[in-house]
Write a protein of this length. Structure first.
Lengths: 369, 231
C-alpha cells in the first residue's frame, strides 16, 4: 500500500474508541463468532463468496467460513433474539481472501454500528451516516452516497411480465447481466437462432435423448412454455429503457440529483415514492448538520460490490487514491433481514441500516494518535 | 548445480514430452526400470529430469523447486493466482490439447447458452430448494468464468474423476471439465453450451520465475533454449 502497516495495539485502541463512540449513541456492544456456517453465506451470496471468504472444514460441522463481515451474524443474532428497536456496535477482525491484489489486507479490524428500527428509516439512515462521518472527520475523506432502492422501484414499475421483472430484479447487482436482459426484453437484439428453432419445433424433445439427472422433463417443458409466453410478451418500451439508463447516469450533488430524479419521475411515476424517500433522507441529514449541498450522490453507487444493500448506501474514500479500499461504508439492508429472518420464523424482517469503519486505515492515514 | 526440468511421470503426456524433446536433440528417459521415478537426460549437460504428477508441476514451478516444467495451461491457470507473474510460457508443445467447457444434459433442449443456464439455475433452485450443482475440478476457473458471465444460483461440487457420470448419478446437474473430442460427453448424453468454452489448453513448457539461478545455471538454460530452438 506504500504506507507502513500500523501497530496492532494502536489499531485496537482506535477500534475501542470508535466502539465507545457508538456505545455513547446508545448501541449495545455485541460479539460474533469468527467461524460462520458456510451454508448460510453460500445461500446468501452464492458461489462467488468463495473468492472472498476463507473456507475451512472439519468432518463434524462440515464447511465453515472465517467471517467476511459482521452484518450477517449480527442480523442472525438479532432476528433470533433481539427486541426492537435495537442498536448494536462491534469491533473485531474480518477475513477476506485476496485473489487479485496481494497488497490488500486479508485480515483487518472493522468497527460497526447498526440500527434495527422501522419507525423512521430516513432518520435512521441519516443518523448512521452522521455518526460514521463524525468518526472519520479528521481524515478529510470524500463521501459518496447512493440509493439502490430507486433502481429497484424502476424495475418494479416496468409495464411487463412478472417473470421479466423477477429476472431483472435477480440481477440488480450484476450490471452487465442486467443490461443484457433489459436490452433483450426491449427487443434491441434479434432472438438467437437456437431459441427460434426451439420455439418453432413441433416436438422440441425429438432429439432430446434419454432423460438423465434431477431436472425432469416436466421442468424442461415448463421452461419452454415460459419461453413461449415470453416470446409473446410485448417488448419493454424503449422510453422505459432510456429512463432506467437516465436513472443510472445520475451523478450530482444531492440537491441536483434529487431534482433530476424528480424530473425522471414525471415520466416514470413508479419511482416517485423512492425519490421522496431520498428527499426525506436529505432533510434528516441536514437536520444532523450534514452539508447536503456538497454531498455527492450517484444512483449506481455500490451496485457491484455492496450486494445486500437495497436502499441508502454510502462510502468514504481517500480522494485521489483509488488504490486504497474505502475507509468506511454502509447502507440499508431491509431485504437481508427478511431472508435471514425466515430461519427464525420472522420472514417479515425489520428495516435495518448500518455502517462499518476500518480502524486500521484510520490509524494508517494519521487520524488517530 | 543443474537446471531441474519437471515432466509428467506417466502416460501419453510423458511419452509425447519425451518425443518433443528427442526431436530437438535432447533425450529424456527413466533412469532405471519403468517403475522408477528418477530420470536421465542425454544430449545436454547440467539438466536434471524430475518426474512428477502433472498436477503438482504448477506448484513446484511457483515454489521454485524446478526451473522448467511441462504441464497443461489449464492446470497452471487453475492453480496459480497471477500465473503470468509466477511462470513464463516458453513453448506450446502442440499436444495434450483439451478444451475446458461447460456441458449439460442433451435432454435440456431448452438450454443452448450461458443465458439459458442462468435462467434454469434460478428455476431449479425454486423447484428443488438447492442451487444447481456443477461438477468440476477446476473450481477457480469455473467460478471466475461464471461470474464474468453473470450466472448465479449454482454451486460447484468437487469431482476429481469420471465427472461426465455425475449427472446420471444425480450428484450434479451439469459438468465443467476438459474434453478433446467430446466423445465421452456424448456417450454420457451431455452437450456443450454454445458459449461454454472457458479455455483452450495444451501441454506447455513453462519457466519458473521464482527458481534461483547462478551464472552456471543461466548458461545451461541459454544452451537448452538454443538447443530447443526457442531463442
Amino acid at each position: 500500500m506504500g504506507n507502513r502497516t500500523p501497530e496492532k495495539a494502536q489499531v485496537k485502541a482506535c477500534a475501542a474508541a470508535l466502539r465507545e463512540g457508538f456505545e455513547a449513541a446508545g448501541a449495545v456492544p455485541v460479539e460474533a463468532p469468527v467461524l460462520l456456517s458456510a451454508s448460510a453465506l453460500l445461500d446468501l451470496y452464492g458461489e462467488d463468496i468463495r473468492a472472498r471468504a476463507y473456507t475451512t472444514s472439519d468432518i463434524l460441522r462440515g464447511e465453515q467460513m472465517l467471517r467476511p463481515d459482521f452484518t450477517v451474524p449480527v442480523v442472525q443474532m438479532h432476528m433470533a433474539q433481539g427486541a426492537e428497536p435495537a442498536r448494536y456496535t462491534y469491533a473485531g477482525e474480518v477475513f477476506r481472501r485476496q485473489e487479485e491484489d496481494e497488497a490488500r489486507a486479508n485480515e483487518y479490524m472493522q468497527v460497526g454500528f447498526e440500527i434495527f428500527d422501522g419507525t423512521d428509516p430516513a432518520a435512521a439512515d441519516a443518523e448512521v451516516f452522521a455518526r460514521v462521518q463524525q468518526a472519520v472527520a479528521p481524515l478529510n475523506l470524500k463521501a459518496t452516497t447512493g440509493d439502490i432502492g430507486i433502481l429497484m422501484a424502476a424495475v418494479e414499475g416496468l409495464e411487463t411480465s412478472e417473470a421479466r421483472k423477477a429476472a431483472l430484479w435477480r440481477h440488480i447487482w450484476r450490471p452487465a447481466r442486467f443490461r443484457a436482459l433489459l436490452e433483450r426484453y426491449a427487443g434491441r437484439h434479434p432472438v438467437p437462432v437456437a431459441r427460434k428453432v426451439l420455439l418453432a419445433a413441433d416436438d422440441p424433445f425429438r432429439n432430446a435423448g434419454p432423460e438423465i439427472g434431477m431436472r425432469s422433463r416436466e421442468e424442461v417443458a415448463a421452461r419452454i412454455n415460459a419461453l413461449r409466453v415470453d416470446a409473446a410478451t410485448p417488448p419493454i418500451p424503449n422510453s422505459d429503457v432510456m429512463l432506467i439508463e437516465a436513472i443510472l447516469k445520475v451523478r450530482e450533488t444531492l440537491p441536483f440529483a434529487l431534482e433530476q430524479l424528480r424530473d425522471i419521475a414525471v415520466d416514470m411515476p413508479a419511482i416517485l415514492q423512492a425519490v421522496e424517500r431520498l428527499a426525506r433522507r436529505m432533510e434528516a441529514m441536514a437536520a444532523h448538520g450534514i452539508d447536503v449541498e456538497a454531498l455527492e450522490f450517484e444512483a449506481a453507487f455500490g451496485r457491484t460490490h455492496m450486494e445486500y444493500y437495497d436502499g441508502f448506501v454510502f462510502g468514504f474514500v481517500v480522494e485521489g487514491r483509488p488504490d486504497l479500499p474505502p475507509v468506511a461504508t454502509g447502507g440499508r439492508y431491509d431485504a437481508l433481514t427478511r431472508v435471514l429472518g425466515r430461519a427464525e420464523g420472522r420472514p417479515e424482517g425489520i428495516p435495518a441500516v448500518g455502517g462499518v469503519i476500518r480502524p486500521g486505515m484510520v490509524v494508517e492515514l494519521g487520524g488517530w494518535s | 548445480m543443474s537446471i531441474k526440468l519437471g515432466v509428467p511421470s506417466k502416460g501419453r503426456l510423458m511419452d509425447k514430452t519425451f518425443d518433443w524433446f528427442r526431436a530437438r536433440g535432447v533425450v529424456l528417459g527413466r533412469a532405471g526400470s519403468d517403475r522408477e521415478y528418477a530420470g536421465k537426460v542425454e544430449g545436454i549437460e547440467g539438466v536434471e529430469l524430475v518426474l512428477l504428477s502433472a498436477g503438482e508441476i504448477p506448484r513446484e514451478l511457483t515454489e521454485g523447486r524446478i526451473h522448467l516444467g511441462v504441464t497443461g495451461t489449464d492446470l497452471v491457470r487453475e492453480k496459480l493466482g497471477h500465473w503470468e507473474q509466477r511462470v513464463e510460457e516458453m513453448a506450446e508443445l502442440g499436444f495434450g490439447n483439451a478444451d475446458l467447457i461447460i456441458a449439460v444434459p442433451q435432454a435440456w433442449v431448452d438450454v443452448d447458452c450461458l443465458d439459458d443456464l442462468d435462467a434454469v439455475a434460478a428455476a431449479f433452485r425454486r423447484e428443488h430448494g438447492f442451487r444447481l450443482r456443477i461438477a468440476t475440478k477446476y473450481h477457480r476457473l469455473v467460478r471466475e468464468f461464471l461470474k464474468e458471465n453473470g450466472v448465479a444460483d449454482y454451486q460447484l461440487v468437487d469431482s476429481q474423476g469420471a465427472t461426465e457420470g455425475t449427472v446420471k448419478n444425480e450428484t450434479a446437474e451439469a459438468v465443467a471439465d476438459i474434453t478433446t473430442t467430446g466423445e465421452t460427453l456424448r456417450a454420457n448424453h451431455l452437450k456443450i453450451l454454445s458459449d461454454g468454452l472457458m479455455l483452450k489448453s495444451q501441454a506447455t513448457l513453462f519457466r519458473s520465475r521464482a527458481a534461483a539461478m547462478a551464472d552456471e545455471e543461466r548458461a545451461t538454460l541459454a544452451a537448452l533454449v538454443a538447443r530447443l530452438g526457442l531463442d
